[in-house]
Design a protein around this ligand. Sequence first.
Ligand SMILES: [Zn+2]
Ligand SMILES: [Zn+2]
Length: 199
Amino acid sequence: MSRIVDEPYFTHSVYSALTTGIQVKCPKCHGAGVVTADEDNAYFRCLSCGHRMTQDRTVYRYDVHNQCKNCGRYYRVDIEDAAKQHFSVLHVACPYCGASMPGEVHKTAKAFSYASEIKDGKDPWFGLELWYLTSFQGKPVWALNREHLAYLIGYLSAGLRKKPSGGQKKTQADHLPTFMKTAKNRERIVKLLKKLQEG
Ligand SMILES: [Zn+2]
Ligand SMILES: [Zn+2]
């Protein structure tokens, strides 16, 4: 019986983009491209046509803060509507007395975008479709890159799975949805993944 020792929780995650990269489809030529990231930006580069994109990872907060001309209190109103965030001055209502007045829109860096989830088989920064993407009974089955794909095939086809030593509570396999780990589905999912590996 084949055995596999699982890997630590964050071995293959969107954080892998910081080092090994996430493989995605180029929006221009549909060839293979790579998404990587550093602290400031996320980057896309196509390995076939050379198309490149950069995305600022900083998340900004927009607000109007002011002293109310009617009641004299200081207030802050967050501007959530992306369409309004580009104005330099907006009319907002004082949250205390309801009086409306124009105020300067302030933009402050709030946080880095740690958009760390793969949703609908797309990378979190550019929304590009993953290169290793297929579906099983309507559910997306994907791998971030070749290393991750090899891990999934190894893990799911092993007869015996062990947690890594060191006593971590969570391991890499905890990222996997239950339908992928269910014994009755495993063999078919491994087949799908192997097809991705060959393609
Ligand atoms: Zn391309
Ligand atoms: Zn007021």
